[in-house]
Design a protein around this ligand. Structure first.
Ligand code: 8Y7
Length: 279
């Protein structure tokens, strides 16, 4: 299923479904397809606009997954979800073979933390009508948190994302199919993450809609001293600020709470715009 990212003032909430044995906050819980489908049902009922299915953990130190294993975990679920639910489907993958099969099975978006840098990935998306989310990461998952360094994190992330968007445009992926994502926590310290959120308006100036994922991430451990299962309030606060700053997609685990928060923030953003237009 495809979707129109400009149709609502409220950002779209993307619900996370990890079908992996080892993801950091819900590892192993949804590897059973019956439980995965129940979780999708729950997220759709709570107001998720998009479901993002991932078959490979990007947690620092997570083992690599073969294309065969990833296909086996993800593709049957894509088909089942499309059959049963009227929800937009995104597949979180960096592998061109998985991208192609996912799109064929009904996914409307490819969410790639490698921003289509794998050989053949740009072509896999270009040969379809799917949307794509291009995420920034410094380094690679195994080592990215060891010592991330930037001289200007907002400018460097912006330059990278623009270059990836241009590679997509050159391959024939339409401008209206591209989302950019600063990649919170991917080769970033707490200070880098805060600077990126505070500079989100600069990234909006690139001219593409933004996607933001902060849900339960370790920045809330660093900032608040909270364990993974104690990060709801911090995550929702940050999601609201992302929406206030103009993000179009918010990726989250806690759907109902995130949806309310981002709709409040988006309504205020609309009210501010009206005030500014009057004066
Ligand atoms: C993000 C993401 C993850 C994110 C986008 C996690 C797959 C780690 N984070 N995709 N994926 N943006 N677009 O905490 O921030 O879920 S994995």
């Amino acid at each position: 299923m495809s979707f129109d990212k400009q149709s609502k003032d409220c950002p779209l909430v993307m619900g996370i479904l990890n079908v992996t044995p080892d993801s950091f906050s819900d590892g192993g819980r949804y590897i059973d397809p019956v439980l995965a489908m129940a979780r999708v049902e729950e997220m759709v009922a709570a107001g998720a606009d998009i479901i993002d299915i991932g078959g490979e953990s990007t947690r620092p130190g997570a083992p690599a997954v073969s294309a065969a294993d990833e296909l086996e975990r993800v593709i049957p679920l894509v088909g089942q979800i499309c059959e049963r639910f009227d929800v937009m489907l995104s597949v979180d993958t960096s592998k061109p073979a998985v991208m192609r099969s996912a799109i064929e099975a009904g996914a409307g978006m490819i969410n790639d933390v490698f921003a289509l840098r794998e050989p053949g990935a740009v072509e896999a998306v270009a040969g379809s009508s799917a949307q794509v989310c291009l995420m920034h990461m410094q380094g690679e998952p195994r080592t990215m948190q060891e010592n991330p360094v930037y001289s200007n994190v907002v400018a460097e992330v912006g330059d990278f994302l623009l270059a990836r968007a241009e590679a997509c445009l050159a391959a024939g992926i339409g401008r209206d199919r591209i989302f950019l994502d600063p990649g919170f926590g991917f080769g970033k310290t707490l200070a880098h993450n805060l600077e990126l959120m505070a500079g989100l308006d600069k990234l909006l100036e690139l001219g593409f809609p933004l996607s933001v994922g902060v849900s339960r991430k370790s920045m809330f451990g660093a900032l608040l001293g909270r364990a993974v299962d104690e990060r709801l309030a911090g995550s929702v606060a940050m999601a609201a600020i992302a929406a206030w700053s103009g993000a179009s997609i918010i990726r989250a685990h806690d759907i109902a709470e995130t949806k309310d928060a981002v709709c409040v923030a988006a309504a205020l953003r609309g009210a501010r715009k009206q005030i500014r237009n009057k004066t």
